[in-house]
Structure formats: C-alpha cells, structure tokens
Design a protein around this ligand. Structure first.
Ligand code: TMP
Length: 240
C-alpha cells in the first residue's frame, strides 16, 4: 500500500507515530531506544526497533487469524508499521500467568510462582503518576471508559489474547510470564488491540532454562538484550 508519511503526531518511549495521507491510518516507527522504570533508565540497542516491528507484526497477524481485532494493517519497512488510527484508551491492561516484577514487590508473592488463575490488572496510563494500579471504579471516575461493560470487554479480550499467545509460545518452548496490552477506538468506535506486543511489553522465559528473553535483560543489566529479542523472533518464525 502506498501511503505518504505526514507530520509526527506523537513520540513515545518505543515508537514515533506519524499521520499519513489517509486520516484513518497512521505509521508507527519503532525506535532502538530502551527505557525502564518510567524512563529513569535509558539505553539504545541498534536494530531493536526493527526486531520489535517484525515481532509485533507477526503477533498481530496471528491474533487476527484467531479472530482478535487489532489496529495492524501492514508492515511497510524494517521498522515501519501501518496501523488503523485509534484513540488510545488510557489503561494499560496487564495479564499475568507467573508472579514477577511489580506483583512480587507489591504483594510479596514469590518470584516465579505460577498464579492459581490468570490475573488481569488495570494501570492508569499517566507517566506523571508513574502509571498507578487502578480498579474499575477508578477507571470510571478517571473517565478512561464510558461504562463498566467496556472494562469487562477489555478483560475478556485480554484473557483470549493470553490463551492464544500462551499456547503459541508454549509450542516454541517459551513461557509467557506476563504482558501488557493497550486498546484503542477506531472511527467506528470499535475497540481494537493497539500499540505493540513485543519483548518490551511482555516477559518471556525459556521453558527449560528459565532464561529471561525480554526487556528484563535491560532492566536488570543482564546483557545480551538484542540476542534475546532475536531469539524471540527466531522462535516465532519457526514452522512447526
Ligand atoms: P510489571 O511487573 O513491571 O508491572 O510489568 C508487567 C508487564 O507489563 C511486563 O510484561 C511489562 C509490561 N509493562 C509494560 O509494557 N509497560 C509498562 O509501563 C509496565 C509497568 C509494564
């Protein structure tokens, strides 16, 4: 598809978003920058943007084949993704299968413990507040969504995405530990999975060695960040 890149709409930690000649489409340019802990820690890994663009493209395509609506349209270049224009709902929906990260810090649950059921949490997307954990009533008071039914819908889709991805990555000897989804509304007010699904926004552990193959390698200074992202892409592309 031929689309013209217009002015920059937004620059986030992992991507720049550009308007296009079509008001219903935007271009997401994946950056090599790495940030963690609300951008207090910064880094750069050459080629990370292209890896994330490819990984996210493959995951969005997989979800679409399973009936999950996403904003994904097409991958136009190494680090350039064409997406439907959506208005992002300011909630980060975090899905957890195994306890780690902020969950273990907040509640003292043991690192690596399998949760008795999949946990879905909402965080208010506001950097100035460091994305606080919120409940349904907070989300309504903050006007993130119009009704509690929308929140129920986000939870339902998040669980469906979890089942699809957990099975997919399990067949590739990877544990999907946890991940974050964002959703957006298109012009028709349909709710689509948006943003990205990458090792920046997910945690993957090797099923056998439990080695971390995601942004935790950067957060925890474990080294070999790019190699981990390459490994994730390699396993996604395995034809089984
Ligand atoms: P957490 O344990 O730090 O709360 O992270 C849970 C999951 O959500 C993990 O896979 C990383 C992802 N995540 C993001 O993508 N962006 C964020 O801002 C945060 C806090 C987490």
């Amino acid at each position: 598809m031929q689309v013209e890149k217009k002015e920059k709409l937004y620059e986030g930690k992992g991507k720049k978003l550009y308007k296009t000649s079509d008001e219903n489409l935007l271009l997401a340019e994946f950056k090599d920058d790495l940030t963690a802990f609300n951008a207090q820690k910064r880094g750069n890994e050459e080629g990370k943007g292209a890896l994330n663009c490819k990984i996210s493209s493959e995951i969005f395509k997989l979800l679409e084949t399973k009936g999950i609506r996403t904003h994904y349209k097409e991958t136009l270049a190494d680090n350039l993704m064409l997406c439907q224009f959506v208005e992002i709902i300011p909630i980060e929906v975090v899905v957890r299968n195994i306890a780690t990260g902020s969950l273990t810090k907040r509640l003292g649950i043991k690192e690596g413990e399998k949760l008795p059921f999949t946990l879905v949490e909402f965080y208010y997307k506001d950097d100035s507040l460091s994305d606080p954990l919120i409940n349904d009533e907070h989300a309504l008071i903050l006007n993130c969504v119009k009704s509690v039914e929308v929140l129920e819908y986000l939870r339902k889709i998040a669980r469906e995405v979890n089942e699809i991805l957990r099975e997919f990555f399990d067949s590739r000897d990877l544990m999907l530990v946890d991940f974050k989804l964002e959703f957006g509304l298109n012009k028709e007010k349909e709710i689509l999975v948006a943003d990205e699904i990458t090792p920046d926004s997910c945690r993957f552990w090797d099923k056998n060695t439990k080695e971390k193959l995601d942004k935790d390698r950067f957060r925890e200074d474990l080294g070999n960040v790019k190699m981990a992202y390459e490994e994730i892409l390699k396993r996604i592309l395995l034809s089984l």
